[in-house]
Design a protein. Structure first.
Length: 202
């Protein structure tokens, strides 16, 4: 298992894979790490769908333009799905807070009302909110893969409506990113700016 600093230092997007299978045990480790990703109010409005069978992977490969046809050579394709029903996990989140004594019933009800109000905001707000609350879990997922020696690459070039239909997603759900994964056949590291070039102290 690679350390997190090593995974970050040696990061590269992988588009060519070996024939070695990613076992279920490796997937379990990856998602156990991924679920630690922070989200607003800890609501975790996302889930992952692992496409493993030939039929399942075709749902993704048939939803991408020709330039992304390389995803068919991955061992598996993982789809990150965001949920505009942002309080889908609210009951579990609040139950844990109540059990731990971190909030009382009045506070829990106030939070439920706030979550409900968020859902009634306009589509521009919801798109931004959902993007912000899936991009960090996406990053955790890719780094978790890397720590297990598994390559990945985030793909946004796909027909969102077509993939939604093929995956039979709820009306409130939308596919955010596709991650082809597998053991790297080769890794080409792209140029990155030096750390001192990307920040300033005011």
């Amino acid at each position: 298992m690679m350390s997190l600093p090593d995974a970050i230092e040696n990061w590269s997007s992988v588009k060519k894979f070996t024939d070695e299978e990613v076992e279920n045990g490796e997937l379990e480790k990856i998602f156990e790490l991924t679920t630690n990703a922070p989200t607003a109010f800890n609501l975790q409005p996302y889930r992952y769908i692992v496409l493993d069978s030939e039929e399942g992977m075709e749902k993704a490969t048939n939803s991408v333009p020709p330039i992304n046809s390389w995803i068919q050579y991955a061992d598996k394709i993982v789809v990150l799905v965001g949920d505009e029903e942002i309080d889908v996990n609210a009951d579990q989140v609040l139950e844990h807070k109540l059990e731990e004594g971190r909030i009382d019933e009045e506070k829990a009800e106030n939070l439920r009302k706030m979550y409900s109000d968020y859902k009634n905001r306009d589509s521009e707000f919801m798109t931004g909110w959902l993007t912000r609350n899936t991009v960090i879990p996406a990053t955790f997922f890719m780094l978790a893969c890397k720590t297990q020696g598994i390559g990945s690459c985030p793909v946004r070039g796909f027909d969102q409506d077509k993939l939604s239909d093929k995956l039979d997603l709820k009306d409130s759900e939308r596919p955010i990113l596709i991650f082809p994964i597998g053991y790297p056949k080769e890794e080409d590291r792209n140029w990155r700016r030096d750390g001192e070039d990307i920040y300033e102290i005011l």
